[in-house]
Design a protein around this ligand. Structure first.
Ligand code: NAG
Ligand code: NAG
Ligand code: NAG
Ligand code: NAG
Length: 960
């Protein structure tokens, strides 16, 4: 704890919690790899920690074992994979967002032949056939794992957690990102953000080096080789000026290179296959070991160990006992052998570096930092060192945990429950996205079809970012396509894995009716508002048909403006907006707070980038705008068709200003002063058709959720049964043991003992014979029966244990109170602060308590230990409390009493009957009720005619 606080103070990472949040404020991150996941949490007072799993380990295998009666996760699931590989599902990441015919799905099937992957007839996606009538999608299986990760985080944080930042590989495309969001949805996890894993690493690196970041850009490459893929990411650290937060450090992703298939697991598989070959060569069995799934699973496990050992040693003997048909396997493998069989893989190490440099348009970087477990392989480092042309590689971050830690920092920043020092993050889109549309034109009576493309997001365009595209030539319903841009740089193999190059068909309706509604207004085009959100997911926020009217009367103008604004506000609310794919976290309008001050720079950067890249994409970039401008000028007087124009905006706030096209600016120049314009916006209905991977239907989602919930309930029921079984076993055992202890022997009656012993024996036999098949209910009833039978005995023993202490306390209290009473009575009448009633009341309590004590102790002494006691601990406690209250009340009165100036009216003392005395005694007396002292009040006059005790919360007056 102290260490944690020290860490907190040192880095000031999470400064404080806002008081408005009380209940569940902890947030988590999951670094969701293909083989492992690492979980981190932040909760108030405990900033940024890796959550240990139930085996107290810092990383957990991504695996789920579906047994007939229960599920196992993590290491437990992996343990089963050697004995029964068919039950264990892992490496699920590569199946997300893919069609069944994707090469990666084929590769998966080849790697895990024990599983059967079939094709969903509607979506074309793969699913696992588990049993005749039971299938699981990769999303469902990963959803189970993610839900399990949440459980681990909650156990570690000791509070419920819902919000998470989840890492994804930077090369994940739209379908793959949406698939992860679906997984999270099934797991009941609210995604604050999907973050690219290297970006999370870069945040972690930067956050702990804030002081070193200044206005001079520093370029750093993170080279991450994980289990199944490799990425190289170049980022720039630099301080930037923001509008709201002053100068703050920022990390911007500048270049990305990756290899989807290069990773440690491929090395493992090569080693496994090598071991299989060696075993077959040894000819100890007639069968081919490669046909035996279980043997191959054992070899894979040994291969993974072998790889690790060969990172440190030049040679090692792999061995597996009883590999197949009770035949042991043993073979020596050298590092040289290993490097030879993976030579082609090691050759691929440098490509991501070159790609990252090329996309960043850099030739060198300051430092290369290693991330990911597989960078520990010596050959990888050797090749990499050459590729980056450096003296050494940076190993100064925790290669395994940096991503989880960076992601949880981001989670804290996004959750609003924590105050986090701003650290601005600008990620980059790895794949360009464009809008395409065709239009029929009628030129000289000849119909021609024109195909148009507009780049929406360039390759490496920063995000989160909003963009608007304006269609100026449409007056009726139309549709357009959202597709990926030119991905030729990916190469054939990656393109095969990438899947569909087409994203979404957007069908607009009510365009025509919007024009009919505003025949007297000038159309400013159909504006489609896009948002590349924090998670790198493209959303179509809304589409509007914008008109402008020219109004002379000021009054009328303002009402119209109001109306227009109201409408756009309604549409801008974002609640029921059509979207390509919505995550809860991205729809808030006030998002991107960190980016607020960056609009101008962002725009400039955009322009710069554009001009730089223009030569690469001459057709899309240069032709279209020219054509648009040209036509626009020509046709303007006629107010007929307008050319589709493109505009971009850097942030939400720019929208109002830049929302109006260039044409408008020109119009303003010519006819400016006298008239004012009013913008009217009509929402356009949008229908979205997915062309990559269609979303599961509402029924699919319901059925998935139910499937997962049923399994969770089953697991919980099983846990509950096990708990009950343990409780019953423990109770029987403990009670048998107790009956041999002196305390219990003394307290138990003969008959009672016989009964209990008999029942225990019976229960014990029942447990042996039927207990292991018994239901939770039966177990619970059995336990309850036993408890009832033993209740009286346990009570007696317990009472006897407690009695001496309680009795001594009461005796001591009686002594003190009596002493206090005697002293109080000795106060001379003139100085007396206590009324007669008060003193009498105390005396009576003392008398009564003494009497009760004497009588009850005498009664108790007559009883044997096996009889129900009469001197009960709860009664002793009650008497003690009563005396304590009475004495305290008087002590308090004494403490705040003022010396008497004059004897008061005699009425009070002269009365002999208690009741009348009570009625008058306290009138106009100055009393501070005990309750008031706590609040620091000086005095309070009690005008109540009843007992002064009635005025105190914790003072029960005279019920005795
Ligand atoms: C993808 O989009 C392009 C351009 O809109 C279109 O020509 C092509 O037919 C589409 N491909 C598929 C498979 O839908
Ligand atoms: C308390 O007991 C004493 C002595 O037994 C007796 O004199 C006194 O009157 C009793 N007081 C009350 C209030 O019962
Ligand atoms: C004293 O008693 C008399 C008569 O019973 C009453 O009028 C008077 O108000 C009392 N004084 C006080 C201070 O209670
Ligand atoms: C599959 C999925 O998450 N679809 C969502 C897409 O966006 C709409 C609009 O917010 C949601 O209602 C869907 O659930």
């Amino acid at each position: 704890m102290r260490r944690k606080l020290a860490v907190c103070a040192l880095f000031c990472v999470v400064l404080a919690m806002l008081p408005s949040h009380s209940a569940s404020v902890a947030v988590m991150s999951v670094d969701l790899g293909s083989e492992w996941m690492k979980i981190a949490i932040v909760k108030p007072g405990v900033p940024m920690e890796i959550a240990l799993n139930s085996e107290s380990r810092r990383k957990t295998p991504i695996a789920v074992c579906l047994k007939e009666t229960e599920r196992l996760f993590g290491d437990n699931a992996l343990g089963v994979s050697v004995k029964n590989p068919k039950l264990v599902y892992r490496h699920l990441q590569s199946l997300l967002g893919k069609k069944h015919d994707n090469p990666q799905v084929g590769l998966y099937q080849k790697t895990f032949p024990e599983h059967q992957l079939l094709e969903d007839p509607v979506r074309g996606t793969p699913y696992f056939k588990y049993a005749d009538d039971l299938n699981y999608t990769p999303e469902e299986l990963l959803g189970m794992v993610l839900n399990y990760s949440r459980g681990l985080a909650q156990d570690f944080a000791e509070q419920p957690i819902k919000d998470a930042v989840i890492t994804v590989p930077c090369f994940f495309n739209q379908a793959e990102r949406r698939a992860v969001l679906k997984v999270a949805n099934m797991a009941g996890v609210k995604v604050l953000q999907l973050i690219n894993d290297n970006t999370a690493v870069a945040i972690n690196y930067g956050v702990f080096r804030r002081k070193d970041i200044d206005s001079t850009p520093k370029n750093i490459m993170f080279y991450d080789m994980g289990a199944s893929s490799t990425t190289a990411t170049i980022v720039t650290y630099q301080t930037v000026k923001t509008k709201d937060m002053g100068v703050q450090p920022q990390v911007q992703v500048r270049g990305v290179g990756f290899d989807r298939g290069l990773g440690g697991f491929e090395l493992d598989l090569r080693l496994r296959d090598h071991l299989a070959k060696l075993f077959n060569q040894q000819k100890k069995s007639k069968k081919d070991v490669r046909e035996n799934h279980r043997a191959m699973a054992k070899l894979l496990k040994e291969a993974q160990r072998l790889k690790m050992v060969l990172s440190a040693n030049a040679e090692f003997t792999a061995q597996v006992e009883g590999l197949m048909d009770d035949i042991d396997f043993k073979a020596r493998v050298s590092r040289v052998d290993f490097e030879a069989m993976c030579a082609d893989l090691f050759e691929r190490v440098s490509r991501p570096v070159q790609d990252a440099l090329a996309t960043a348009e850099m030739t060198s970087i300051e430092q290369v930092i290693l991330v990911g477990g597989s960078t520990r392989v010596p050959k990888v480092q050797e090749v990499l060192l050459k590729a980056v042309n450096k003296e050494e590689l940076g190993k100064n971050i925790n290669a395994d945990e940096a991503a989880a830690m960076g992601a949880v920092y981001q989670a804290a920043a996004l959750s609003k429950a924590f105050k986090v020092k701003p650290f601005l993050v600008r990620d980059a889109t790895v794949y360009p996205i464009q809008v395409e549309f065709t239009r029929e034109t009628d030129e000289d009576g000849a119909k021609t079809v024109k195909h148009n493309k507009r780049i929406l997001f360039q390759r490496m365009a920063p995000y989160p970012q909003r963009k608007v595209i304006t269609f100026n030539r449409y007056t009726d319903d139309f549709s357009f396509e959202i597709n990926y841009g030119d991905l030729a740089y990916l190469g054939e193999e990656d393109l095969g894995v990438f899947g569909s190059l087409n994203l979404t068909t957007v069908k607009l309706s009510e365009v025509g009716s919007s024009f009919l509604k505003h025949t007297d207004a000038e159309s400013k085009g159909i504006k489609a508002h896009f948002n590349m959100d924090d998670s790198g997911v493209l959303l179509l926020d809304r589409v509007e048909s914008v008109f402008e009217t020219i109004v002379e009367e000021k009054e009328e103008e303002s009402t119209l403006t109001k109306l227009g604004n109201t409408i756009s506000n309604l549409f801008g609310g974002g609640s029921a907006e059509p979207s390509l794919n919505a995550t809860e976290s991205v729809q808030e309008e006030e998002e991107v707070p960190l980016e607020a001050g960056k609009e101008e720079e962002e725009e400039e950067a955009e322009k710069k980038k554009k001009t730089e890249e223009e030569p690469e994409q001459p057709k899309e970039e240069q032709e279209a705008p020219k054509e648009a401008e040209g036509e626009e000028k020509e046709k303007k007087p006629e107010e007929a068709e307008k050319a589709p124009g493109e505009e971009e905006e850097a942030g939400e706030k720019k929208e109002e200003k830049t929302g109006d096209a260039e044409a408008e600016k020109e119009a303003e120049k010519t006819e400016q002063k006298p008239q004012k314009k009013t913008k009217i916006s009509e929402e356009i209905a949008v229908e979205l058709l997915a062309n990559d991977i269609s979303d599961p239907t509402a029924e699919d989602i319901l059925s998935s959720n139910k499937k997962l919930q049923d399994l969770t309930n089953r697991d919980l029921a099983k846990q509950e049964r096990e708990r009950m079984l343990n409780n019953l076993e423990a109770f029987i055992f403990e009670t048998q043991d107790k009956l041999n202890q002196k305390e219990y022997k003394q307290a138990v009656g003969e008959e009672e003992k016989e009964k209990i012993v008999a029942k225990l024996r019976e229960s014990s036999e029942w447990m042996d014979e039927e207990g292991y098949a018994a239901t939770t209910k039966e177990l619970r009833e059995k336990l309850s029966e036993l408890k009832t039978l033993c209740k009286a005995l346990f009570f007696r023993v317990d009472e006897r244990r407690k009695r001496p202490d309680r009795l001594a306390a009461l005796t001591s209290m009686l002594n003190t109170s009596s002493y206090f009473l005697r002293s109080a009575k000795l106060i001379p009448e003139d100085d007396q602060i206590f009324t007669d009633v008060e003193l009498k009341t105390l005396e009576k309590v003392i008398n009564d308590t003494t009497t009760w004590k004497t009588e009850t102790v005498a009664e108790q002494d007559k009883r044997s230990l096996a009889e129900r006691p009469v001197l009960l601990s709860k009664d002793l406690e009650a008497k003690l409390a009563l005396l304590d209250r009475e004495v305290n009340y008087l002590l308090n009165k004494a403490k705040f009493a003022k010396p008497k100036a004059k004897p008061k009216a005699k009425n009070a003392t002269s009365s002999s009957s208690e009741k009348s005395a009570k009625a008058n005694a306290t009138a106009e007396e100055k009393v501070i009720p005990p309750a008031a002292t706590a609040t620091g009040e000086e005095e309070a006059t009690v005008k109540d005619s009843e007992s002064p005790k009635a005025n105190t919360d914790n003072h029960v007056g005279d019920e005795l």
